[in-house]
Write a protein that binds this ligand. Structure first.
Ligand code: LLP
Length: 442
Protein backbone atom coordinates (compact mmCIF):
# COMPACT_ATOMS: atom_id res chain seq x y z
CA UNK A 1 0.00 0.00 0.00
CA UNK A 2 1.42 3.33 -0.99
CA UNK A 3 1.34 6.32 1.29
CA UNK A 4 -1.68 8.58 1.37
CA UNK A 5 -3.63 6.73 -1.24
CA UNK A 6 -6.86 6.13 0.59
CA UNK A 7 -9.07 8.44 -1.43
CA UNK A 8 -8.35 7.21 -4.92
CA UNK A 9 -7.77 3.47 -4.57
CA UNK A 10 -10.59 1.10 -5.25
CA UNK A 11 -11.27 -1.65 -4.71
CA UNK A 12 -9.15 -2.25 -1.64
CA UNK A 13 -9.17 -1.99 2.08
CA UNK A 14 -11.57 0.50 3.59
CA UNK A 15 -10.00 3.97 3.65
CA UNK A 16 -9.55 3.94 7.39
CA UNK A 17 -7.32 0.85 7.23
CA UNK A 18 -5.05 2.38 4.62
CA UNK A 19 -2.50 5.08 5.39
CA UNK A 20 -4.05 8.43 6.20
CA UNK A 21 -5.11 10.37 3.08
CA UNK A 22 -2.81 13.15 1.91
CA UNK A 23 -5.52 15.80 1.84
CA UNK A 24 -5.89 15.59 5.63
CA UNK A 25 -2.30 16.72 6.17
CA UNK A 26 -0.70 20.17 5.97
CA UNK A 27 0.68 21.38 2.63
CA UNK A 28 4.34 21.05 3.69
CA UNK A 29 4.00 17.43 4.69
CA UNK A 30 6.54 14.98 3.30
CA UNK A 31 7.42 11.38 4.00
CA UNK A 32 11.02 10.19 4.21
CA UNK A 33 12.22 7.02 2.51
CA UNK A 34 11.93 5.33 5.89
CA UNK A 35 8.26 6.30 6.12
CA UNK A 36 8.62 9.03 8.76
CA UNK A 37 6.43 12.11 8.62
CA UNK A 38 7.95 15.56 8.20
CA UNK A 39 6.24 18.92 8.24
CA UNK A 40 8.13 21.92 6.86
CA UNK A 41 11.21 19.65 6.68
CA UNK A 42 11.04 18.75 10.38
CA UNK A 43 10.54 15.25 11.73
CA UNK A 44 7.23 15.16 13.60
CA UNK A 45 8.42 12.65 16.22
CA UNK A 46 11.39 14.95 16.89
CA UNK A 47 8.97 17.88 17.38
CA UNK A 48 7.04 15.85 19.94
CA UNK A 49 10.28 14.97 21.71
CA UNK A 50 11.54 18.56 21.75
CA UNK A 51 8.32 20.29 22.84
CA UNK A 52 6.58 17.46 24.70
CA UNK A 53 3.09 16.06 24.23
CA UNK A 54 0.28 16.83 23.74
CA UNK A 55 1.39 19.37 21.18
CA UNK A 56 -0.33 21.40 18.46
CA UNK A 57 1.88 21.73 15.37
CA UNK A 58 0.77 24.33 12.79
CA UNK A 59 2.25 24.56 9.30
CA UNK A 60 2.57 28.26 8.46
CA UNK A 61 2.63 27.56 4.72
CA UNK A 62 -0.83 26.00 4.89
CA UNK A 63 -2.23 28.86 6.97
CA UNK A 64 -0.89 31.44 4.52
CA UNK A 65 -1.99 29.48 1.45
CA UNK A 66 -5.58 29.30 2.72
CA UNK A 67 -5.65 33.01 3.62
CA UNK A 68 -4.36 33.84 0.14
CA UNK A 69 -6.92 31.57 -1.44
CA UNK A 70 -9.66 33.46 0.42
CA UNK A 71 -8.40 36.84 -0.80
CA UNK A 72 -7.99 35.49 -4.33
CA UNK A 73 -11.46 33.97 -4.38
CA UNK A 74 -13.58 36.70 -2.77
CA UNK A 75 -11.31 39.72 -3.22
CA UNK A 76 -9.86 41.81 -0.41
CA UNK A 77 -11.82 42.60 2.74
CA UNK A 78 -12.59 39.09 3.96
CA UNK A 79 -12.22 38.19 7.61
CA UNK A 80 -10.75 35.35 9.63
CA UNK A 81 -13.13 34.07 12.31
CA UNK A 82 -10.69 34.04 15.20
CA UNK A 83 -12.80 31.76 17.40
CA UNK A 84 -11.45 28.84 15.34
CA UNK A 85 -7.90 29.40 16.63
CA UNK A 86 -6.49 32.56 18.14
CA UNK A 87 -3.21 33.64 19.54
CA UNK A 88 -1.10 36.68 18.63
CA UNK A 89 0.94 34.76 16.07
CA UNK A 90 -2.18 33.62 14.24
CA UNK A 91 -3.74 37.08 14.33
CA UNK A 92 -0.53 38.61 12.96
CA UNK A 93 -0.38 36.04 10.19
CA UNK A 94 -3.98 36.74 9.14
CA UNK A 95 -3.34 40.50 9.27
CA UNK A 96 -0.18 40.11 7.17
CA UNK A 97 -2.24 38.22 4.60
CA UNK A 98 -4.65 41.16 4.40
CA UNK A 99 -7.58 39.76 6.36
CA UNK A 100 -9.85 41.42 8.87
CA UNK A 101 -10.27 39.72 12.24
CA UNK A 102 -13.75 38.64 13.30
CA UNK A 103 -13.85 38.80 17.10
CA UNK A 104 -16.84 38.03 19.26
CA UNK A 105 -15.73 38.80 22.81
CA UNK A 106 -13.57 41.31 24.61
CA UNK A 107 -10.99 38.54 24.96
CA UNK A 108 -10.72 37.94 21.23
CA UNK A 109 -10.70 41.70 20.66
CA UNK A 110 -7.87 42.06 23.18
CA UNK A 111 -5.72 39.45 21.46
CA UNK A 112 -6.41 40.98 18.03
CA UNK A 113 -5.35 44.41 19.27
CA UNK A 114 -2.31 42.96 21.04
CA UNK A 115 -1.31 41.49 17.68
CA UNK A 116 -1.31 45.00 16.24
CA UNK A 117 -4.65 45.04 14.40
CA UNK A 118 -5.60 48.49 13.19
CA UNK A 119 -9.20 49.48 13.97
CA UNK A 120 -10.32 49.00 10.37
CA UNK A 121 -9.34 45.32 10.61
CA UNK A 122 -11.73 44.61 13.49
CA UNK A 123 -15.19 43.11 13.01
CA UNK A 124 -17.11 42.67 16.27
CA UNK A 125 -19.70 39.88 16.46
CA UNK A 126 -21.89 38.48 19.20
CA UNK A 127 -25.54 37.92 19.99
CA UNK A 128 -25.15 39.50 23.43
CA UNK A 129 -22.38 42.06 23.30
CA UNK A 130 -21.86 43.92 26.56
CA UNK A 131 -21.89 47.71 26.72
CA UNK A 132 -18.15 47.48 27.41
CA UNK A 133 -17.53 45.40 24.29
CA UNK A 134 -19.55 47.76 22.10
CA UNK A 135 -17.91 50.81 23.65
CA UNK A 136 -14.45 49.33 23.11
CA UNK A 137 -15.05 48.99 19.37
CA UNK A 138 -16.73 52.40 19.12
CA UNK A 139 -13.76 53.94 20.92
CA UNK A 140 -11.33 52.43 18.40
CA UNK A 141 -12.98 54.35 15.57
CA UNK A 142 -12.96 52.55 12.23
CA UNK A 143 -13.93 49.07 13.34
CA UNK A 144 -17.10 47.28 12.29
CA UNK A 145 -19.90 45.94 14.45
CA UNK A 146 -22.24 43.20 13.25
CA UNK A 147 -25.52 44.12 14.95
CA UNK A 148 -27.56 41.18 16.21
CA UNK A 149 -30.64 42.45 18.11
CA UNK A 150 -32.97 45.43 18.64
CA UNK A 151 -31.56 45.78 22.18
CA UNK A 152 -28.14 46.20 20.65
CA UNK A 153 -29.45 48.92 18.33
CA UNK A 154 -30.70 50.79 21.39
CA UNK A 155 -27.29 50.42 23.06
CA UNK A 156 -25.49 51.56 19.95
CA UNK A 157 -27.72 54.62 19.74
CA UNK A 158 -26.39 55.56 23.19
CA UNK A 159 -22.77 54.65 22.56
CA UNK A 160 -22.04 55.53 18.92
CA UNK A 161 -20.59 58.91 18.24
CA UNK A 162 -18.29 58.61 21.21
CA UNK A 163 -15.47 57.22 19.10
CA UNK A 164 -11.95 58.52 19.52
CA UNK A 165 -11.99 59.86 16.00
CA UNK A 166 -15.56 61.05 16.17
CA UNK A 167 -16.14 58.70 13.24
CA UNK A 168 -19.47 57.21 12.39
CA UNK A 169 -19.68 53.62 13.47
CA UNK A 170 -19.85 51.20 10.56
CA UNK A 171 -22.22 48.31 11.10
CA UNK A 172 -23.48 45.25 9.29
CA UNK A 173 -26.80 43.69 10.16
CA UNK A 174 -26.76 40.01 11.08
CA UNK A 175 -29.72 38.46 9.39
CA UNK A 176 -31.19 35.05 9.84
CA UNK A 177 -31.97 33.75 6.35
CA UNK A 178 -33.96 30.73 7.58
CA UNK A 179 -31.76 28.15 5.86
CA UNK A 180 -31.17 24.54 6.88
CA UNK A 181 -27.41 24.12 7.03
CA UNK A 182 -27.22 20.30 7.03
CA UNK A 183 -24.75 20.15 9.90
CA UNK A 184 -24.73 19.23 13.60
CA UNK A 185 -27.65 20.80 15.46
CA UNK A 186 -25.36 22.58 17.96
CA UNK A 187 -23.50 24.43 15.19
CA UNK A 188 -26.42 25.24 12.88
CA UNK A 189 -27.34 28.89 13.29
CA UNK A 190 -29.40 29.92 10.28
CA UNK A 191 -32.82 28.41 10.87
CA UNK A 192 -35.79 30.53 12.05
CA UNK A 193 -35.55 29.15 15.62
CA UNK A 194 -32.19 30.71 16.45
CA UNK A 195 -30.70 33.12 18.95
CA UNK A 196 -28.73 34.81 16.19
CA UNK A 197 -29.66 37.72 13.97
CA UNK A 198 -32.83 39.25 12.57
CA UNK A 199 -35.23 37.07 10.61
CA UNK A 200 -35.62 37.96 6.95
CA UNK A 201 -38.95 36.14 6.65
CA UNK A 202 -40.59 38.06 9.50
CA UNK A 203 -39.43 41.42 8.18
CA UNK A 204 -37.26 42.02 11.27
CA UNK A 205 -34.09 42.28 9.16
CA UNK A 206 -35.51 45.11 7.06
CA UNK A 207 -36.82 46.86 10.18
CA UNK A 208 -33.39 46.60 11.82
CA UNK A 209 -31.70 48.21 8.83
CA UNK A 210 -34.28 51.01 8.85
CA UNK A 211 -33.90 51.53 12.60
CA UNK A 212 -30.11 51.68 12.37
CA UNK A 213 -30.31 54.22 9.58
CA UNK A 214 -32.09 56.57 11.97
CA UNK A 215 -29.14 56.46 14.36
CA UNK A 216 -27.10 59.50 13.46
CA UNK A 217 -23.61 58.22 14.21
CA UNK A 218 -24.11 54.85 12.53
CA UNK A 219 -23.53 53.87 8.92
CA UNK A 220 -25.07 50.61 7.69
CA UNK A 221 -22.56 49.12 5.27
CA UNK A 222 -24.03 45.69 4.72
CA UNK A 223 -25.90 42.56 5.61
CA UNK A 224 -24.35 39.48 7.10
CA UNK A 225 -25.46 35.90 7.63
CA UNK A 226 -23.77 32.88 9.13
CA UNK A 227 -25.85 29.72 8.90
CA UNK A 228 -23.63 27.27 10.74
CA UNK A 229 -20.35 25.46 10.67
CA UNK A 230 -18.79 22.38 9.01
CA UNK A 231 -21.15 22.74 6.05
CA UNK A 232 -20.23 20.68 3.00
CA UNK A 233 -23.06 21.63 0.69
CA UNK A 234 -22.44 24.61 -1.55
CA UNK A 235 -26.15 24.93 -2.32
CA UNK A 236 -26.70 26.02 1.30
CA UNK A 237 -24.26 28.89 0.79
CA UNK A 238 -25.74 29.76 -2.59
CA UNK A 239 -29.10 30.02 -0.84
CA UNK A 240 -27.71 32.66 1.57
CA UNK A 241 -26.70 34.81 -1.36
CA UNK A 242 -30.15 34.38 -2.91
CA UNK A 243 -31.97 35.36 0.29
CA UNK A 244 -29.70 38.30 1.09
CA UNK A 245 -29.34 39.74 -2.40
CA UNK A 246 -32.80 41.38 -2.59
CA UNK A 247 -32.32 42.88 0.87
CA UNK A 248 -28.93 44.33 -0.02
CA UNK A 249 -30.16 45.56 -3.42
CA UNK A 250 -33.43 47.11 -2.15
CA UNK A 251 -31.72 48.92 0.69
CA UNK A 252 -28.75 50.03 -1.45
CA UNK A 253 -26.15 48.39 0.79
CA UNK A 254 -22.49 48.11 -0.16
CA UNK A 255 -21.69 44.63 1.14
CA UNK A 256 -23.16 41.17 1.51
CA UNK A 257 -21.25 38.80 3.81
CA UNK A 258 -22.08 35.10 3.71
CA UNK A 259 -20.25 34.42 6.99
CA UNK A 260 -18.12 31.34 7.51
CA UNK A 261 -19.04 27.71 7.86
CA UNK A 262 -17.26 25.97 5.00
CA UNK A 263 -16.54 22.41 6.10
CA UNK A 264 -13.28 20.49 5.90
CA UNK A 265 -12.50 16.80 5.53
CA UNK A 266 -11.62 15.09 8.81
CA UNK A 267 -11.62 11.50 7.59
CA UNK A 268 -9.74 9.88 4.72
CA UNK A 269 -12.91 9.15 2.79
CA UNK A 270 -14.31 12.67 3.14
CA UNK A 271 -13.74 15.55 0.79
CA UNK A 272 -14.79 19.17 1.09
CA UNK A 273 -15.27 21.99 -1.41
CA UNK A 274 -12.28 24.32 -1.70
CA UNK A 275 -12.49 27.98 -0.73
CA UNK A 276 -12.29 28.80 -4.45
CA UNK A 277 -15.26 26.54 -5.23
CA UNK A 278 -17.17 28.04 -2.32
CA UNK A 279 -16.62 31.58 -3.61
CA UNK A 280 -17.56 30.61 -7.15
CA UNK A 281 -20.86 29.11 -5.96
CA UNK A 282 -21.68 32.13 -3.80
CA UNK A 283 -20.74 34.74 -6.41
CA UNK A 284 -22.70 32.94 -9.13
CA UNK A 285 -25.78 32.72 -6.90
CA UNK A 286 -25.50 36.40 -5.99
CA UNK A 287 -25.34 37.35 -9.66
CA UNK A 288 -28.29 35.09 -10.50
CA UNK A 289 -30.28 36.68 -7.68
CA UNK A 290 -29.73 40.09 -9.24
CA UNK A 291 -27.21 41.49 -6.77
CA UNK A 292 -25.88 44.70 -8.35
CA UNK A 293 -22.28 44.18 -9.44
CA UNK A 294 -21.12 47.05 -7.24
CA UNK A 295 -22.11 45.21 -4.07
CA UNK A 296 -19.13 43.46 -2.55
CA UNK A 297 -19.61 39.82 -1.57
CA UNK A 298 -17.41 38.79 1.34
CA UNK A 299 -16.86 35.88 3.70
CA UNK A 300 -15.38 35.16 7.14
CA UNK A 301 -14.32 31.55 7.47
CA UNK A 302 -12.53 30.13 10.47
CA UNK A 303 -12.20 26.37 10.14
CA UNK A 304 -11.44 26.31 6.39
CA UNK A 305 -8.40 28.54 6.96
CA UNK A 306 -6.83 26.72 9.88
CA UNK A 307 -8.14 23.18 10.44
CA UNK A 308 -5.90 21.25 8.06
CA UNK A 309 -2.85 23.35 8.91
CA UNK A 310 -2.43 21.61 12.26
CA UNK A 311 -2.11 18.22 13.83
CA UNK A 312 -2.01 17.15 17.45
CA UNK A 313 0.82 14.93 18.70
CA UNK A 314 0.12 12.71 21.69
CA UNK A 315 2.16 10.04 23.46
CA UNK A 316 0.66 6.58 23.93
CA UNK A 317 0.66 5.77 27.66
CA UNK A 318 -1.27 2.51 27.93
CA UNK A 319 -2.58 -0.17 25.59
CA UNK A 320 -5.41 -2.20 27.11
CA UNK A 321 -6.81 -5.11 25.11
CA UNK A 322 -10.18 -6.38 26.34
CA UNK A 323 -10.76 -9.69 24.54
CA UNK A 324 -14.06 -9.78 22.69
CA UNK A 325 -14.79 -6.18 23.65
CA UNK A 326 -12.31 -3.70 22.24
CA UNK A 327 -8.77 -2.33 22.43
CA UNK A 328 -8.13 0.90 24.29
CA UNK A 329 -5.17 3.13 23.55
CA UNK A 330 -4.79 5.92 26.09
CA UNK A 331 -2.93 9.09 25.20
CA UNK A 332 -1.69 11.95 27.36
CA UNK A 333 -4.40 14.47 26.37
CA UNK A 334 -8.06 14.07 25.53
CA UNK A 335 -11.23 16.08 25.93
CA UNK A 336 -9.25 18.98 27.42
CA UNK A 337 -7.35 19.60 24.16
CA UNK A 338 -10.06 18.36 21.78
CA UNK A 339 -13.62 18.41 23.09
CA UNK A 340 -15.12 17.99 19.60
CA UNK A 341 -15.57 14.20 19.74
CA UNK A 342 -17.43 14.53 23.03
CA UNK A 343 -19.46 17.59 22.03
CA UNK A 344 -20.40 16.73 18.46
CA UNK A 345 -19.43 13.09 18.02
CA UNK A 346 -16.75 14.27 15.58
CA UNK A 347 -14.52 11.67 13.96
CA UNK A 348 -10.78 11.89 13.42
CA UNK A 349 -8.10 9.74 11.86
CA UNK A 350 -5.04 8.65 13.85
CA UNK A 351 -1.65 7.44 12.70
CA UNK A 352 1.93 6.96 13.81
CA UNK A 353 4.32 9.55 12.38
CA UNK A 354 7.22 7.06 12.74
CA UNK A 355 5.58 4.87 10.08
CA UNK A 356 3.06 6.91 8.16
CA UNK A 357 2.98 4.64 5.12
CA UNK A 358 1.90 1.63 7.16
CA UNK A 359 -1.55 0.12 6.75
CA UNK A 360 -3.68 0.41 9.84
CA UNK A 361 -5.34 -2.93 10.55
CA UNK A 362 -5.44 -2.60 14.36
CA UNK A 363 -8.84 -1.39 15.60
CA UNK A 364 -8.82 0.58 18.82
CA UNK A 365 -10.59 3.32 20.70
CA UNK A 366 -8.22 6.16 21.44
CA UNK A 367 -9.05 7.70 24.77
CA UNK A 368 -7.61 10.50 26.86
CA UNK A 369 -6.41 10.69 30.45
CA UNK A 370 -9.45 12.39 31.95
CA UNK A 371 -11.63 10.74 34.55
CA UNK A 372 -14.62 10.10 32.30
CA UNK A 373 -15.64 7.24 30.06
CA UNK A 374 -16.76 9.83 27.52
CA UNK A 375 -13.20 11.14 27.19
CA UNK A 376 -12.74 9.83 23.67
CA UNK A 377 -10.26 11.17 21.11
CA UNK A 378 -11.09 8.76 18.27
CA UNK A 379 -13.99 6.38 18.85
CA UNK A 380 -13.19 3.90 16.09
CA UNK A 381 -9.53 4.33 15.17
CA UNK A 382 -7.30 2.21 12.98
CA UNK A 383 -3.59 2.01 13.71
CA UNK A 384 -0.57 0.01 12.56
CA UNK A 385 -0.42 -3.40 14.19
CA UNK A 386 2.80 -2.66 16.09
CA UNK A 387 1.48 0.40 17.96
CA UNK A 388 3.03 0.37 21.43
CA UNK A 389 3.37 2.31 24.65
CA UNK A 390 5.72 5.24 24.09
CA UNK A 391 4.70 5.83 20.46
CA UNK A 392 3.94 9.35 19.29
CA UNK A 393 0.42 9.26 17.86
CA UNK A 394 -1.01 12.00 15.65
CA UNK A 395 -4.55 13.14 14.97
CA UNK A 396 -4.64 15.40 11.90
CA UNK A 397 -7.02 18.30 11.10
CA UNK A 398 -7.04 19.67 14.64
CA UNK A 399 -6.22 23.28 13.74
CA UNK A 400 -9.76 24.59 14.28
CA UNK A 401 -11.72 24.54 17.54
CA UNK A 402 -9.14 22.40 19.33
CA UNK A 403 -6.75 24.80 21.03
CA UNK A 404 -9.49 27.46 21.07
CA UNK A 405 -11.90 25.19 22.96
CA UNK A 406 -9.26 23.58 25.17
CA UNK A 407 -9.96 23.52 28.89
CA UNK A 408 -8.17 22.87 32.15
CA UNK A 409 -10.42 19.98 33.13
CA UNK A 410 -8.71 17.84 35.77
CA UNK A 411 -6.36 20.83 36.10
CA UNK A 412 -4.53 19.78 32.97
CA UNK A 413 -2.43 22.54 31.47
CA UNK A 414 -3.30 23.42 27.88
CA UNK A 415 -0.78 22.16 25.30
CA UNK A 416 1.72 24.43 23.61
CA UNK A 417 1.33 25.63 20.03
CA UNK A 418 4.30 25.41 17.69
CA UNK A 419 4.46 27.01 14.25
CA UNK A 420 6.75 25.33 11.72
CA UNK A 421 8.16 26.90 8.59
CA UNK A 422 11.14 26.16 6.32
CA UNK A 423 12.87 23.76 8.69
CA UNK A 424 12.41 25.75 11.86
CA UNK A 425 9.92 25.56 14.69
CA UNK A 426 8.90 28.29 17.11
CA UNK A 427 6.72 28.11 20.18
CA UNK A 428 3.94 30.67 19.79
CA UNK A 429 2.05 29.57 22.91
CA UNK A 430 3.97 27.73 25.63
CA UNK A 431 2.60 24.86 27.68
CA UNK A 432 0.45 25.87 30.63
CA UNK A 433 1.92 24.86 33.98
CA UNK A 434 0.45 24.26 37.40
CA UNK A 435 1.96 27.63 38.37
CA UNK A 436 -0.10 29.25 35.58
CA UNK A 437 -3.24 27.65 36.97
CA UNK A 438 -2.45 28.70 40.54
CA UNK A 439 -1.72 32.28 39.52
CA UNK A 440 -5.44 33.03 39.34
CA UNK A 441 -6.09 31.90 42.88
CA UNK A 442 -5.97 34.16 45.91
N1 LLP B 1 -18.75 33.87 11.58
C1 LLP B 1 -19.56 33.72 12.64
C2 LLP B 1 -20.49 34.78 12.98
C3 LLP B 1 -19.50 32.55 13.42
O1 LLP B 1 -20.30 32.42 14.47
C4 LLP B 1 -18.57 31.55 13.07
C5 LLP B 1 -18.47 30.32 13.86
C6 LLP B 1 -17.73 31.75 11.95
C7 LLP B 1 -17.87 32.92 11.23
C8 LLP B 1 -16.72 30.75 11.52
O2 LLP B 1 -17.27 29.51 11.22
P1 LLP B 1 -16.35 28.38 10.56
O3 LLP B 1 -15.88 28.91 9.22
O4 LLP B 1 -15.20 28.15 11.45
O5 LLP B 1 -17.24 27.21 10.44
N2 LLP B 1 -17.06 24.75 17.86
C9 LLP B 1 -17.68 24.25 16.64
C10 LLP B 1 -17.81 25.35 15.61
C11 LLP B 1 -18.58 26.56 16.10
C12 LLP B 1 -18.63 27.67 15.10
C13 LLP B 1 -19.16 28.93 15.73
N3 LLP B 1 -19.21 30.05 14.86
C14 LLP B 1 -16.88 23.06 16.12
O6 LLP B 1 -15.88 22.70 16.73
O7 LLP B 1 -17.27 22.45 15.13
Amino acid sequence: MTFLSGDDESPGPTPCETPVARHLLPDSTAVTAAGRLEVADIDVVALAEEFGTPLFVYDEATLRARCRELVGAFGPGGAYATKAFLCRAMARLALEEGLRLDVSTDGELGVALAAGAEPDRIVMHGNNKSDAELAAVVALGGGRIVVDSFDEIARLARLAGGGARGATQQVLVRVNPGIEAHTHEFIATGREDSKFGFSVASGAAGSAIDALRKVVAVEVVGVHAHIGSQIMRLDSFARIAEVLAPLAADRGLAELCVGGGLGVAYLSDESAPTITEWAAAVLAAAARAGLPSGVRVSAEPGRALVATAAMTCYRVGTVKELPGIRNYIAVDGGMSDNPRPVLYGSGYEAFLPRDVTADRPYAARIVGKHCETGDVVVAEARLPGDVAVGDVLVTPVTGAYGFSMASNYNRVGRPPVVFVRDGSARVVVRRETVADLLRLES
